[in-house]
Design a binder for this molecule. Structure first.
Ligand code: 0X9
Ligand code: ZN
Length: 423
């Protein structure tokens, strides 16, 4: 605990960014915000909101964004955030860098050739493979088993969001091997797809030199020479419609167009290629201990009542295991172009974003230390197994025998209607 407090203190006391020019400097801000509308206005300036507490938020942003916020809101405290002298306690070797992750996935496949397949869905900006693990007793490419996809590592600094899907893959394989009858049955009836790291370039940058850098975006060079697009603002459903920045220097830059980035395109192509099988998607992020579901780009709930109820019911059920708070994404703040608005909005997948541990900045924020890995896994394995279990038809959680004739599929396409009506 002391370590965590010290880590948080290091975050708060870090001060100057030697190499950057004025506009590149990053500021840590504590801003008064009474409700979700004020939080959305703040997010709209381009800062990335990191912690929401009752009447205020904590956020990172650049000088220009800070100035804009000062005009509208009371900034309780702000200071320049020193990326260079940020010195997190050592001892985080348990986290997997890209090379170690790749080796762990290769080992998993080598040890379980009939259950685990390692492939790639595409390349990152810097030409790294974006790995895909398929786990099933049926590994054939044309399988028609119901499927669920788990993803991690959209945001570079969210390292625990990579460990969770890796451990999920390892857990499924080892339990299958150990004769766990529940897992054996599950893997005979499903294909489980796991993409542990969508943004490998960003994650490698964040740890380069043995020092965390609070990096969020990918590593593309933008037209103005700045670096990075926020991959969780780059998906193509209601893209750039709020809570995402058009400024390439912003940490929530949405990119020049929807799916401008090879990483989000790779996810799109993969998900589209499996759309006949996929019913469910979970994207792991950190931090705040939340279970989020669409919409994120609007305060409106999903118009389709059944789909809304499925999301809410599943989120509430999962929250009993991990004690995270279930809520609509936009209850946090409006943000457009995230993975789950696209996967639900475009394809009707039942879609969740988990904000994993810790709960807040004072417990370590993005860098809570390696002891948190096992805690996160223990809390979140049951929710993951539950999603796999329900993936044949998530609408079964509603326990209804029929939806009658009044069912109108207002949000999405054929897939969703078909599942809902099959009850
Ligand atoms: O802002 C994000 O992309 C996610 N939070 S994070 O701290 N991991 O960056 C939350 C996305 C939730 N979606 C919306 N609020 N629309
Ligand atoms: Zn994130």
């Amino acid at each position: 605990m002391l370590k965590k407090v010290l880590a948080a203190a290091a975050v708060f006391t870090a001060m100057s960014l030697g190499h950057a020019n004025e506009t590149d400097k990053t500021y840590w801000m504590h801003i008064e915000a009474q409700d979700v509308f004020e939080r959305s206005l703040i997010a709209d300036t381009g800062v990335s909101i990191e912690t929401v507490i009752e009447n205020s938020v904590y956020a990172f942003g650049n000088k220009q964004e800070l100035e804009q916020i000062k005009k509208q809101f009371k900034v309780i405290e702000s200071f320049e955030f020193d990326l260079e002298s940020f010195d997190y306690p050592t001892g985080d070797e348990k986290f997997h860098n890209y090379q170690e992750l790749t080796e762990a996935l290769q080992k998993l496949q080598a040890e379980n050739p009939n259950l685990v397949k390692l492939s790639t869905i595409g390349k990152s900006v810097q030409d790294r493979d974006i790995h895909l693990i398929t786990i099933s007793a049926d590994l054939s490419d044309d399988s028609n088993l119901p499927a669920v996809v788990f993803m991690g590592g959209h945001h570079a600094r969210e390292h625990i969001s990579v460990e969770m899907p890796l451990m999920l893959a390892q857990h499924l394989a080892s339990e299958f091997k150990n004769g766990n009858s529940e897992i054996i049955k599950l893997l005979h009836e499903r294909q489980v797809f796991i993409i542990p790291i969508v943004n490998p370039d960003g994650a490698e940058h964040d740890i380069a030199g043995g020092r965390y850098k609070m990096w969020r975006k990918n590593r593309v060079t933008n037209h103005d020479g700045s670096i990075g697009v926020d991959l969780n603002r780059n998906y193509g459903f209601k893209w750039a419609s709020g809570g995402a920045s058009s400024n390439p220097r912003s940490s929530t830059y949405h990119g020049p167009e929807a799916f401008s980035e090879p990483e989000t395109r790779a996810v799109r192509e993969f998900v589209l290629s499996k759309q006949d099988q996929l019913t469910t998607l979970l994207s792991y992020h950190t931090f705040s201990e939340l279970i989020l579901f669409p919409w994120g780009h609007t305060y409106n709930p999903i118009a389709d009542q059944n789909a809304y109820n499925v999301h809410r019911t599943m989120a509430e059920t999962m929250s009993e295991w991990n004690n995270y708070r279930p809520q609509q994404s936009s209850d946090l703040y409006i943000a457009s172009g995230d993975t789950t608005d696209w996967s639900y909005g475009e394809l009707g997948l039942i879609s969740f974003t988990f904000e994993l541990d810790p709960k807040n900045m004072w417990n370590g924020g993005f860098y809570p230390g390696q002891d948190t890995i096992d805690i996160v896994f223990e809390k979140n394995i049951k929710p993951a197994l539950y999603l796999i279990e329900q993936a044949d038809n998530p609408y079964k959680v509603l326990n209804k025998s029929t939806y009658g004739v009044s069912f109108i599929n207002t949000d999405v396409g054929a897939k969703h209607a078909q599942l809902s009506e099959s009850l």
